[in-house]
Ligand binder design. Structure first.
Ligand SMILES: C[S@@+](CC[C@H](N)C(=O)[O-])C[C@H]1O[C@@H](n2cnc3c(N)ncnc32)[C@H](O)[C@@H]1O
Length: 249
């Protein structure tokens, strides 16, 4: 029988590569590794790559196996999901993996300016009703830009036509360079060993026959970011106001 949530939380308290920082803990103690992840944890000088809203951390672990010369940190607020990836990293003795349990909104409390070289956003809830909660909105670009290095590389993989269209419009409004883009990954010639890593949510959407979309772009520095003003068609398979419910799947 699988472990229940409490057992998973219990396990993770003993994991050396899992850092759990709800806001209360952050307020009380601050985060001692901010700007010093490589010095204090990874013990090397390799680039740091984040997976935001990592869930079970398939990209964090999968990329870490493909790229031993980069360091990967999966971030999510849900600990029970993260446990799967954390356990796998431990079993595979991956020394280039860490997990951080916190809200993405607090990310600049955990990383210093320029400390991060790439960000992956994998199958985020499109937050069709709330632009401020959308993980590719300009509110988040501003946050990501604070911690990203000069390259400012961001990857988005999504099932959601709404999220993909919105992100494209946000990129256009801010004149960000797009490096790679497809609205049907598995019917393109782009599905290499990196983009073929499949997450838990991705598998559910593939089972439902949805196309997987991918875009890689550069979040360039700017004094202000411009929110696109466009009407975007809702994803018909999601309820506009039920993001909380769809999160639980
Ligand atoms: C739809 S799931 C996708 C999970 C995983 N990337 C996958 O593809 O299977 C979205 C994930 O983002 C996390 N999440 C959403 N908003 C968050 C926030 N503000 N801070 C931290 N995690 C968040 C949720 O807990 C959830 O695990």
């Amino acid at each position: 029988m699988g472990k229940n949530k409490l057992q998973k939380f219990e396990d993770m308290t003993g994991y050396p590569h899992v850092f759990q920082y709800p806001f209360s803990v952050l307020q009380e103690k601050g985060f001692e590794m901010k700007g010093r992840w490589n010095e204090l944890f990874f013990k090397n000088n390799h680039p740091i790559v984040l997976e935001l809203g990592c869930g079970k951390g398939e990209y964090t672990v999968g990329l870490a196996q493909l790229f031993p010369d980069k360091n990967f940190i999966g971030i999510d607020i849900k600990g029970a999901r993260m446990w799967s990836g954390a356990k796998l990293a431990l079993e595979n003795q991956l020394s280039n993996v860490a997990f951080l349990r916190t809200h993405i909104e607090l990310i600049n409390h955990f990383f210093a300016p320029g400390e991060v070289s790439e960000i992956w956003i994998t199958f985020p809830d499109p937050q069709m009703a709330k632009v401020n909660k959308r993980m590719t909105s300009t509110r988040f670009m501003k946050l990501y830009r604070e911690i990203l290095n000069d390259k400012g590389l961001i990857h988005l993989k999504t099932d959601s036509n709404f999220m993909f269209t919105y992100t494209g419009e946000m990129i256009k409004a801010n004149h960000f360079p797009v490096l790679v883009e497809t609205n049907d990954l598995y019917n393109s010639n782009l599905a290499d060993e990196i983009l073929s890593i499949q997450t838990y949510y991705e598998q559910q959407w593939l089972d439902r026959g949805l196309n997987i979309k991918y875009i890689r772009f550069i979040c360039e520095p700017s004094e202000t970011y411009i929110e696109p003003e466009v009407e975007i068609e809702q994803d018909p398979y999601r309820s506009f106001n039920r993001s909380k419910r769809s999160e639980k799947k």
